[in-house]
Design a protein around this ligand. Sequence first.
Ligand code: ATP
Length: 513
Amino acid sequence: MTQDELFKVLVAHCKEYGFIFPSSEIYDGLAAVYDYGQMGVELKNNIKKYWWDAMNRLHENIVGIDAAVFMHPNTWVASGHVAAFNDPLIDNRDSKKRYRADNLIEDYLGKIEEKIEKEVEKGRKRFGESFDEAKFRETNPNVLREKARYDEIHERYKKAEETNNFDEYKQIILDCGIVCSISGTKNWTDVRQFNLMFSTQFGSTGEGADKVYLRPETAQCIFVDYINVQKTGRMKIPFGISQIGKAFRNEVVARQFIFRMREFEQMEMEFFCKPGTEMEWFAYWKEERMKWHKALGFGDDNYRFHDHEKLAHYANAATDIEFRFPFGFKELEGIHSRTDFDLGNHQKLSGRNLQYFDPETGEKYTPYCVETSIGVDRMFLTVLSHAYTQEELENGESRVVLRIPAALAPVKVAVLPLLKNDERLTGMAQEIMKDLRYDFACQYEEKDTIGRRYRRQDAIGTPFCVTVDHDSLEDGCVTLRDRDTMAQERVPVAELRARIDAKVNLTNLLRKL
Ligand code: ATP
């Protein structure tokens, strides 16, 4: 199966098993908006808890908040979103398809890079042991020609980006002969700016309604609340404020399922520090966040840092943690050193003093800030795209199993009486479930053969199944089946809690950090 096909299968699986539905599907849906179903919400909550506890419990100097989605409109003037939160968009006149002009150019550059890598691979095969890659890259005429083309376009693109020169974006697209993937033509409109913020009216029109925005990120609430938290929490620099919440962006191109949505959720943490120490904290948070990802066991090779070449005007360092999604390495999380840009601007526009007074040194300063920002939904996709596995079994059958880390799985244990018509079995199974449900998310299932019930639990990623059979009535033992190995073991009912807990407890995951 190609990665493309795999991705389609995953999307269908998410719907079939109650993880994710298209929003308002009975009305044919709403583009790039999705609902989390009965399984999805549990997984999502577990992801959020893993992040929240890692931030707030494991760092004494980090506290969380939950701010409103609506904010005073000046917030977005100070943050620069009103003036500059734009995407350059372009339409193909024949297909009426809309694209981000920068993405079209970047994809084109990516293809040149791929060509170069293919040449290098060819060389490696041809020369075998004696292959000198550096020399090959410096001398092979095909590589040199592609590299020169890459550099020329890249140079023009970067300049156009820095100067917001949209005519040049279009000229690059035309010069490179980039065509629309639907119509195959180069019949492009001009490139236009498009602000990504959603706006709405606040208050009734009679009272003079104000235009307000749905927040495009959660970070600004943290900056605006910074002084309240610092004072009431008696926080000493360095300290952090974290938040999980909804964000809204009117994305131009939103075609990759929950990777790019118009309504999504972010988990952001702003870490305030003394100016001059931000690079140490930037390095610290890079490492901390990578550890958080790798503790999930999805394979270290599937992550990489992508340091930003071009920094936003307010940042003095920035990197992305990229994950290998089914459609390639893409940004999962951003880590940015934002200097005092945000607090400084809010201070100017609000006229409020947001400076920190250091009681130990007597100094006053506007703190610098290092931000970690990850999308809950992208993290969800990371978990599912790694977890989804189709397996051929030794007996010739196949199964679909979601190898979700046990601590994040939506259901931890399914309790199954072997037969549904025997009240002694169903009674005992229900007793077990009623006891376990205080500690674990449980499901009780009695319909269908035991094999089919195991498959259903595999498909939603349940780490354990507990089966009650006739022997259980005699010896007080049940069969404990492991999702990943499918191994079955007889375990006394009294030991179940400890056995399950040892694998599914979030604490075990947190202890790895
Ligand atoms: P991209 O380049 O992919 O548009 P970005 O650089 O605009 O992302 P940030 O503004 O840094 O993203 O947002 C931080 C995080 O929020 C991202 O790393 C991502 O996980 C998540 N995120 C951003 N936009 C979306 C979206 N439209 N849908 C889902 N998650 C998003």
